[in-house]
Every structure is written in C-alpha cells, then in structure tokens.
Design a protein around this ligand. Structure first.
Ligand code: CTP
Length: 217
C-alpha cells in the first residue's frame, strides 16, 4: 500500500524574520509514517518544520507554508492508496508579506489575514482512488466538530482528539483518539503512547482500504 502522510505545522511568513505557526510537534504524523513503514507499506511523508528525524525508508518532502504543503500533496497524490492529513495546516496567512522587517512603532499594529486553501476540500470529490483520513484537534464539542469535518472535508475517516488537556495530543508523547467513519461507526483508541496509537491507526486504515478495494472488484 502507498501511504501519503502530512505532518507538523505550517509557517506563514509575516516579514523576513517573523511568521504565524502553531504548536504541532509532528510526533503523531511521524509515528504513523514509522508504523506504516514497519508494516511494509511505501511511505511519502510531507512535513512542515519540526524537530524530528525523518523516518528511514520514507520518501521525505519538506515544506514550510500551507501553499507549499498544498502543492506537495497534489503533486504526490497520484497512485496513493491512503492519504493521512495529520498536519496542522494554518487556516489563515498574512494578506501581504512585508519585504523588509516591520519596524516597531508605538501604536497598534493590525495584521490582515486571509484564509489559506483547505487542502482536503480542494481534492477531487468523485472517483477517488484513495482512502482519505483527516484529523481534528478540538478543544470543545469533539464529536460534533469531527462529524462536521467528516462530511465537509469529504473524508472516509476523521481521527479526532481533544487537545484541551496539556498531557495529551499536541506536543505530548501520548494521545487518545476517537475515529469517526463515513458509515456512522465510531471507534475509540484509549490513551497510549503515540507510537502505539499509530500502529492501531495503520491497521485500521489498511483494513478499510482493502475492504473498499474488494467492494470495487
Ligand atoms: N486541513 C487542510 N487544509 C487546511 C486546514 C486543515 O487540509 N488549510 C486539514 C487538516 O490537515 C486536518 C483537517 O483538515 O486533517 C482538520 O483540520 P483542523 O485544523 O482540525 O480543522 P479546520 O478545518 O482548520 O477547522 P477549525 O480550525 O475551525 O477547527
């Protein structure tokens, strides 16, 4: 199976020395890449800027901005069996990037932000050859928000996690996730190291992908 995984944050430049980003560490996406490799799958990892060593054996694509990640996903999508959008892609970017460093002045600075392109919703809606997995990091109404994303982002699975507690999810080595499937099913993977969660996720993704292939035959 060919697995395309995105991981980590994106960086949206404000000027040559500043940017907008988020706290994503990339650990979950990298763990999924490692688990997929260990299970014998072919892996392409598209990664935002993180402090992690790319897994050996994966095709590695390094990106900074959401636009670069968007391009990279579209470029590597052909022939992939499963797309795992684990990256925390910025929703907004500065409307203009200042060519020179913005100098300090003693007054309010307004930064105009414009929406980035949503990578998942930009994918072709019909005749998809690949299983689409989205992630949803939520601090409130996890189930409602995840189910909304499942439909609006045309995903087969949304892996949702509650990031409101400091010892789970973002930056942490542990996670607890709930999977929401297209057919209405849900499945919980209880608190465990991200490496273990990743192993369970890869099994679920490859089983579902195989089932959908068998159905098409
Ligand atoms: N995503 C994407 N392109 C974006 C933003 C997000 O493809 N520009 C993907 C993420 O990789 C993830 C899913 O959409 O798989 C959900 O991301 P999330 O940040 O939870 O949701 P948003 O759509 O950004 O909504 P909100 O921030 O309002 O929760």
């Amino acid at each position: 199976m060919r697995v395309l995984i995105t991981a980590g944050p994106t960086r949206e430049p404000i000027d040559p020395v500043r940017y907008i980003s988020n706290r994503s560490s990339g650990k979950m996406g990298y763990a999924i890449a490692e688990a997929a490799l260990a299970a014998g799958h072919e892996v392409t990892l598209i990664s935002g800027p993180v402090n992690l060593v790319p897994p050996r054996g994966a095709q590695f694509v390094s990106t900074l901005t959401s636009d670069e990640m968007d391009d990279a996903v579209h470029q590597h999508l052909r022939g992939c069996d499963v797309l795992v959008m684990c990256a925390a892609v910025a929703d907004y970017k500065p409307a203009k990037v200042a060519a020179q460093k913005i100098k300090k002045r003693n007054k309010t600075l307004w930064l105009e932000l414009t929406p980035t392109r949503d990578i998942l919703t930009s994918l072709p809606k019909q005749d998809r050859e690949f299983l689409t997995v989205g992630f949803a990091a939520e601090t409130t109404n996890v189930e409602r928000n995840a189910k909304k994303k499942l439909l609006e982002k045309n995903c087969d699975i949304i892996v949702a996690n509650d990031v409101s507690s400091a010892d789970l999810g973002m930056e942490s080595d542990a996670n607890e996730v709930t999977l929401f499937f297209r057919n209405g099913k849900t499945e919980n993977i209880s608190r465990a190291p991200k490496k273990n969660i990743a192993r369970s996720l890869v099994k679920i993704f490859s089983n579902l992908r195989e089932k959908s292939l068998t159905k098409k035959m």
